[in-house]
Design a protein around this ligand. Structure first.
Ligand code: PLP
Length: 415
């Protein structure tokens, strides 16, 4: 039986080979990547214990990211539901409109500390690329973003933003011309240029060290939340439930990490994956629907695959959750039962978006709308002394085209 240790951050609870629970994560990488990864690992371990580096991180979290983001009670929504109290952590207040900026800033700082002037990253829907290009601009780094040619066509607004920030987009024409291929190309480029170039991975996925750096960065969200909760309630409430959508798993890990050592009867974690369209068999919910363990992007994880282990295509209304695998951290949290995972469909997310925007002046993007759906349905059966917090990790502004298409006039009214 694998067990969660108290007092040790989950990002550090892997064995010497990089596996959590002996089976998730690891480093399934070409041999040529071993040296740059070892160098990065050594540097990161130094930097995370370096007071000056921590001071810099805190300074930019506050003065560039805009930390802490708001923790607010959704009074109208709570009154309408008449069950548990519903609160939101408005992480979409952060610069760029989502949590990915925390990770991007830390990677830019690591890049600078290692004396490198170039930073590269991969992106699927374009948000990780956009955030990295913002951080690169802020810290004066030259930035290249690898992106599948098919994704470039689908994600024009984010591509425009990257270019505006001075980043170069490298189109990837191999394979399916999407994220999977962009990751491979980006790693290939990094191997040949690692003396001058740092690589960023946009979520708690990839080889072990990238899971760790990203989780270390987004955990700031739970540090903020913990002190905001204590300020509000005087203590951690007896019944606290933290709802978060799960794509790669960086926002949810960051939202939960500082509460990990508390009993799950007191602080429960609910991860909501993308169930896809109600009528479709395709989904992006490997934890919910019992996908088998396989290797994706250098790490062992639960991943959507066919009988021979080929990665399966996903389908979701929300670009941010449209990923066939999931962080090894969440595979571990599922197996240890510290977190509970479920899925919401495209239609559920759209409905939740409409309910939240009807009652509150908050515009959660389609990713957190998945989490709102489950939070709202479960809150009906709960009493007022239960505190529900939803991580509203993205702003719906980026989804306006799809919301307009799916909701039509109803969307115009909600704005
Ligand atoms: C990228 C993204 C996600 C999914 O990624 P995680 O690593 O699971 O957090 C969710 N919400 C928003 C707004 C995103 O941009």
């Amino acid at each position: 039986m694998i067990k969660l240790k108290k007092k040790v951050p989950l990002i550090d609870q892997h064995d010497k080979y990089g596996f959590w629970g002996g089976k998730f994560g690891g480093n399934f990488i070409p041999e040529t990547l071993k040296k740059p990864i070892d160098d990065l690992t050594e540097n990161f371990e130094k930097l995370r214990n370096d007071k000056n580096f921590l001071k810099k991180r805190d300074y930019y979290f506050q003065n560039y990211v805009g930390s802490p983001t708001r923790f607010i009670k959704l009074d109208n929504l709570s009154d309408y539901i008449n069950g548990a109290q519903i609160w939101a952590k408005v992480v979409s207040d952060a610069n760029g409109g989502a949590h990915k900026i925390y990770n991007a800033v830390v990677h830019a700082l690591i890049c600078k500390s290692m004396g490198k002037k170039y930073i590269v990253g991969d992106t699927g829907a374009g948000y990780a690329g956009k955030m990295l290009s913002m951080a690169a601009k802020k810290f004066g780094l030259k930035c290249k973003i690898f992106m599948g040619a098919k994704d470039i066509k689908r994600q024009k607004p984010n591509c425009d933003a990257m270019k505006k920030n001075g980043a170069q987009i490298i189109p990837v024409y191999t394979g399916s011309q999407t994220l999977v291929d962009a990751v491979s190309e980006c790693m290939r480029y990094w191997v040949s240029n690692c003396d001058t170039t740092h690589m960023c991975v946009g979520s708690t996925v990839g080889p072990n060290i990238f899971v760790k750096i990203c989780g270390w960065s987004t955990s700031q969200i739970s540090r903020e939340l913990k002190s905001q909760i204590i300020e509000e309630f005087g203590l951690i409430p007896k019944k606290l439930k933290l709802y978060n959508c799960v794509g790669g798993g960086s926002s949810s890990y960051g939202f939960w990490s500082d509460f990990m050592d508390l009993n799950k009867k007191q602080v429960e974690f609910i991860g909501v994956e993308a169930g896809g369209p109600k009528k479709s068999k395709k989904h992006a919910a490997p934890l919910t629907y019992g996908s088998r363990i396989g290797v994706l992007h250098g790490a062992m994880q639960y991943v959507n695959q066919d009988k021979i282990g080929q990665i399966e295509e996903t389908e979701s209304i929300s670009a941010g959750l449209d990923y066939p695998g999931v962080s090894p951290l969440h595979c571990f949290l599922k197996d240890t039962k510290r977190a509970r995972y479920t899925a919401a469909s495209d239609e559920d997310a759209l409905k939740a978006y409409q309910i939240v925007t009807k009652y509150e002046s908050l515009q959660p993007s389609l990713e957190p709308s998945h989490a709102f759906h489950v939070a709202i349905s479960e809150s009906r059966k709960l009493s007022k002394d239960t505190i529900i917090v939803v991580n509203s990790c993205g702003d719906a502004y980026k989804d306006s085209a799809i919301l307009k298409k799916r909701l039509g006039k109803k969307y115009d009214k909600s704005n």
